[in-house]
Design a protein around this ligand. Structure first.
Ligand code: KG4
Ligand code: ZN
Length: 345
């Protein structure tokens, strides 16, 4: 089965073709980062308009690069939520229109299920069950994954998502949007011993996270400083160390509590090399295997949506014809493919 994947939930237009026999055939990504950078964050209306401009040319290019014709496409997978409603609707309506025109089924995919399954696109995919740390701009989740759609949320952020905390702290340090990768780069030059930030919610039981206090800590630390490049790098380092350490502590706890021996990390923040390194070390110490997607599939992309949608389409599931986006959609509301027609929002 060949599936066209479409991702438009935020500020990246992602398109891919996934073949259940041959794997990924082609994928394209157009990032709107430069458009939003001048405003210091994503402007939803600009995001929707730009998806409209870029989506059809990207679909054409992706089909061309795969060397197939559109008649060979068996189904369409599109991000139906969570995300910005206007941006989502561009992908949803384009996907539904193409599916109607081509007389093929289409399925609305949960964006975080896409992230969660992204490691499956790699050569050596993890086997179920596993523990997943999902860390993106909008979500921080620890999930027990027993199979597709079989998700138990073990912990989540009570306030800012991990990526959001990176972005907001980066802004305080005078970095551009999106600040996560820039903060990570700045932290490389930082002195790890100069400041020590708290590891929130680690000295009490449970697997939830809280990152908003680290912003205040950053602000208070910066207040007493001249704001030199070295000061900013040292603060960036202390912030990153605190976030990474907190995640390591929670993942260790979750592995031990569940008895799982496989850990995957996915979502934009999983591109952070300090986090990858830290979790790899944790894996060695806990005798757990650690998996993550290649860098370009950590952040938003069409390939993960094509893969996730393909698995559900293969199981006979598809979404009813109406054009519907779900901006707020908890991942534990998903269920395993159930062979029923038109059951998903
Ligand atoms: O998954 P994603 O592309 O979009 C959402 O679904 O939100 O994640 C984007 C988030 C942004 O907050 C960005 O700053 C963060 O991931 N991010 C990083 C890094 N690369 C992206 N955060 C820390 N270190 C990185 N290297
Ligand atoms: Zn995402």
């Amino acid at each position: 089965m060949i599936v066209l994947g479409i991702e438009t939930s935020c500020d990246e237009t992602g398109v891919a073709l996934y073949d259940s026999n041959k794997g990924l055939l082609s994928h394209h990504l157009y990032s709107q980062v430069e458009l939003h950078a001048v405003y210091g964050g994503v402007v939803p209306e600009i995001a929707s308009r730009d998806h409209i401009r870029k989506l059809i040319p990207l679909i054409k290019e992706t089909i061309k690069q795969a060397g197939i014709s559109h008649e060979q496409i068996d189904g369409i997978a599109y991000t139906a939520g969570p995300g910005l409603v206007g941006a989502l609707l561009v992908g949803v309506s384009t996907a539904r229109a193409l599916a109607w025109a081509w007389s093929i089924p289409a399925i609305g995919v949960h964006h975080m299920e896409g992230h969660l399954l992204a490691p499956m696109l790699e050569k050596n995919p993890p086997a179920y069950p596993f523990l997943a740390l999902l860390v993106s701009g909008g979500h921080t989740l620890l999930v027990k994954v027993d199979g597709i759609g079989l998700y138990t949320t073990l912990g989540e952020s009570l306030d800012d998502a991990a990526g959001e905390a990176f972005d907001k702290t980066a802004k305080m340090l005078g970095l551009d949007y999106p600040g996560g990768p820039l903060l990570a780069k700045l932290a490389e030059q930082g002195d790890p011993k100069r400041f020590h930030f708290p590891r929130p919610m680690t000295n009490r039981p449970g697997l939830d996270f809280s990152f908003s206090g680290l912003k205040t800590f950053t602000l208070n630390t910066m207040e007493g400083l001249s704001g030199s490049q070295q000061d900013r790098a040292d603060v960036a380092r202390a912030f990153q160390d605190a976030v990474v350490d907190t995640m390591i502590i929670k993942c260790r706890r979750a592995l031990r509590e569940t008895g799982l021996t496989t850990l995957i990390i996915a979502g934009g923040v999983s591109a952070n090399s300090a986090l990858r390194l830290g979790l790899e070390k944790l894996g060695k110490a806990e005798q757990a295997e650690v998996y993550y997607p290649r860098l370009e599939f950590c952040t938003d992309n069409g390939a993960m949506i094509a893969y996730a949608g393909c698995q559900r389409l293969l199981a006979g599931e598809n979404t009813a014809l109406e054009i519907n986006a779900t901006p707020r959609w908890p991942i534990n509301k998903l269920s395993a493919p159930n062979l029923a027609f038109g059951t998903r929002p």
